[in-house]
Ligand binder design. Structure first.
Ligand code: UD1
Length: 413
């Protein structure tokens, strides 16, 4: 097993799987060991485990890890669950965002929801028993977020959830289940917007657990925007200022069935006749597009530019100069709002309504005619102009670090 901060600081320390044994066979043994771990930490630097798992997690964790350095009471241990493992969905973000190699890499990989969640839980239990952290920090709404929160709660290790309180009110989305369960289990809930605060209060969360800090994704954006401007992705793709659209798609509801995917592909094949559409393709979506019915259609759509997933800096550069963004991602709705680029969300709902009320986002669903119509409005210069939501100012992570430090100080004394 690769371990602790020693592994992190030693030259060449890299990703290794956690292979520690779980001592004791009864649940009570396991729970009491973890509790003892927390008690033993009293009076010392307190270990805080930060969990990263999948692509959208890394830009949320990076600025927090930077800011916690200012607080000696926080002793960070970075755990990568391995939910995303391809270089282009994981390693490239560590390099571009300047995140140190994970202290522990659990290497769980893909699987059904149950298998992936269970594997993360089994491996993360070992991590908690060995590291004995005072606190676990999870971000976002992926399966690993839920699995690590649940494992921590069962071992009585407090959890802090970054990006708490977002609700689509659509329980067919796996992320909605992950968000609800994680919030229920968390002691510290860091929110990005007022509607999240309201959602949490409506669910009975006491106000002292809720910390309205702003949006860490926007911290990363602000920290990297200047360097992203230097990316040559536009010249590589022969694209000019505002003369293309960007498309991203990976929601199971849009890409796992051929019929759903074909509605969006039909719309984009129309749009690309008027404006080139650049489409970095997620592995899940790549599988769907492999179906026979799309081959001829995509082959004829000359301005529909399909790419492998892009790194953070190239993708940010692409967003910066786009005429519009078509997406089913959550984070990209937020990024387009801050960049002032019109965004059409290809879903029936959003858990980020502030991007609609304040920002440049419009939720358009997946009806091809509506997608094409709304796109034409934007091309004609009638796209939404928005404003930046409160506290999306690039300082969310420093607020989070201060709250974590205060909480840990109390634990230590
Ligand atoms: C996951 C998150 C989603 C997030 C998205 C960003 C859940 C439920 N979903 O969805 O919230 O927006 O990440 O990408 O946690 N695969 C690879 N390489 C990888 C990882 C995955 O090829 O590195 C393929 C596998 O075939 C896998 C499929 O993509 O079965 C889906 O991966 P998975 O992690 O299950 O969910 P995502 O669709 O990526």
């Amino acid at each position: 097993m690769s371990r602790g901060l020693d592994a992190r600081s030693s030259a060449g320390a890299g990703r290794q799987s956690c292979r520690c044994e779980v001592p004791g066979s009864r649940d009570n043994d396991v729970r009491s060991q973890a509790s003892r771990g927390t008690a033993l930490n009293k009076g010392k630097h307190l270990k805080t485990v930060f969990v990263g798992a999948a692509r959208p997690n890394f830009m949320k964790i990076a600025p927090i890890l930077d800011e916690v350095r200012a607080f000696p009471v926080i002793h960070p241990v970075l755990v990568h669950t391995g939910q995303h493992y391809d270089r282009e969905l994981s390693d490239v973000f560590f390099e571009e965002l300047g995140i140190s190699a994970p202290d522990i890499h659990m290497g769980v990989g893909s699987g059904s929801h149950a298998k992936q969640t269970a594997r993360v839980m089994m491996e993360f239990e070992k991590v908690l028993l060995t590291e004995r952290p005072a606190l676990v920090v999870v971000v976002g709404d992926v399966n690993s977020t839920l699995a690590c929160s649940l494992t921590s709660a069962k071992l009585h290790v407090p959890v802090a959830h970054v990006e708490a309180g977002l609700r689509s009110f659509d329980r067919s989305m796996p992320e909605e289940i992950n968000r609800m369960v994680t919030d229920t289990l968390s002691s510290l809930l860091f929110t990005t917007c007022e509607d999240a605060n309201v959602n949490l209060r409506n669910e009975g969360v006491t106000p002292e657990r809720i910390h309205f800090v702003g949006n860490v994704m926007i911290d990363s954006l602000k920290n990297h925007i200047e360097i992203a401007r230097q990316s040559d992705v536009l010249s590589r793709l022969s694209l000019g200022e505002r003369n293309y659209a960007v498309l991203t798609l990976h929601r199971p509801s849009n890409v796992d069935s051929e019929e759903a995917l074909s509605r969006i592909v039909d719309a984009v094949c129309e749009i690309q006749k008027e404006l080139p559409v650049v489409f970095p393709v997620h592995p899940r979506t790549r599988k769907g597009l492999g179906a026979e019915r799309f081959k001829k259609q995509l082959g004829q759509a000359r301005n529909f530019i399909l790419l492998d997933p892009l790194g953070y800096l190239d993708f940010l550069r692409l967003l910066l100069s786009a005429r519009l963004i078509l997406t089913d991602s959550g984070g990209i709705q937020e990024e387009s709002t801050v960049l002032g680029i019109p965004c059409l969300t290809l879903r029936e709902n959003t858990e980020r309504p502030v991007t609609v009320s304040h920002g440049t986002n419009t939720v358009v669903g997946t009806d091809p005619e509506r997608i094409v119509r709304e796109t034409r409005e934007i091309i004609a210069g009638r796209g939404k102009e928005g404003r930046v939501p409160p506290l999306w100012d690039g300082k969310a992570s420093s607020r989070i670090a201060a709250v974590l430090a205060g909480w840990l100080e109390k634990e230590r004394n």
